[in-house]
Design a protein around this ligand. Sequence first.
Ligand code: NAD
Length: 471
Amino acid sequence: MKRIDNAYINGKFTELQGVEVFDLINPSNHEKIGEVVLGNETDTKKAIAAAKEAFKTFSKTKVEERITILENLKKAVEKRGDELIETMIMEYGGTRQFCTVAFQNMVGSFEHMIETLRSFEFERKAGNTLVQMIPVGVVGIITPWNSSNSFICNKLATAVAAGCTVVVKPSEMSALQTQLIIECFHEAGLPEGVFNVVNGLGSVVGNEIVNHPDIAKISFTGSTHTGKMIAKGAVDSMKRVTLELGGKSPNIILDDADFNQAIPQAVFGAYMNSGQACIAPTRLLVPQSKLEEVNRIARETALQVVVGNPASENTNVGPMVSEKQYERVQSYIKLGLEEGADLLVGGSGKPEGLESGNFVKATIFTNVRNDMRIAQEEIFGPVLSIISYENEEEAISIANDTPYGLAAYVTSSDESRAFRVASQIEAGRVCVNGFKHDPLAPFGGFKQSGIGREFGAFGLEEYLEPKSILV
Ligand code: NAD
């Protein structure tokens, strides 16, 4: 059993002032696998002071120096691949398939930021004026548990590219994964104080970061509820904020699609990261005339979904991260039944033989109305809602009838038709004919899915302030 009892401040593993202990529980079998001592306000202040001091010199570094640092970070993360994947499976319950992709994304963060940096213009002309893009200052990075190290790597890579220093507060449930990534960054030889981490609670360490005057910007990934609290707190010192929040993404299957291909893809897609994915397509929009066919294929597909041990190669859905998250998903399954949706497959309780972990049955509701809470609220588990539409116009209207706007998906055998529909969807990212990811394209939400963008040049700009020098 591992005990993590330090913060990482100013390039050193540092003793904590905080004394509260949080147990780390394997979600597949409820065994205690470790514990983490949580930092407090004093620990956080120390980390912020180190980042502030380091910013004085790091903000003046040249692009070539920062590229070398990013290359070193990439190499250091690459070396620990197996451990990073195994720890994520054990601590978080992510499937091997998902954790392998998450690891590739960690390494990719550094590669893509190097690529972005090579062509990025830190000095531009606007009118007759010279505009300099200046690093914003110390960045507070606050991350969730559902792909913890991918978020940390992406945000750190962008901060380093910009010349910013950081204080990271990861989810306390990810402490073993965090410890490994800190060891990687430590080995990469980042200048002291550029990267600091304090494990702790959102209400303590997170709150200190949000309110501290020496933090210039917050880059947050997490729920819309927490994002709103952070935005409110940040305004007092006029911090810049990037908020990557929740989603309830529509997946429109147009009537000319190949349903035998599109529906299985839609079902597996909804269960990505065991359903604990902000971009999961959890509202499946299908033509009313095809509903029976869709129900049949969706049910057959769900019965093939392997729920179970996340370490095994062929598992599609692992456990929910915590008992709390399991209970939350169960409450939505109950709610779906109460609201009058038809349960097509799955349902309440644990799958047979998996009673000792936080496992949820692969569940699909059909005949869901878009105004039901199971269609409007983020469930964050393997629960898909099938909603029917009469025509293309109604499909678009249902897709947009949500407080969220993170991602959307459109499938059609006619790509130009799918593109036309995609253009009318209110979401930060719309994928046509399949699940796609472009790490150089901006990523972020419309409406209550967030503020700002990550990745590539758009993401880098969020860590910079334009300064006009008029001579
Ligand atoms: P959460 O909002 O509960 O917590 C996220 C982080 O915020 C944690 O580190 C938490 O400790 C911290 N926090 C909590 N209260 C805080 C406060 N008052 N001040 C400062 N920090 C505080 O989210 P979660 O349950 O860990 O993660 C799941 C959520 O994240 C889902 O809603 C999901 O959609 C969202 N998410 C969004 C994206 C995206 O890119 N848009 C990606 C992944 C997850």
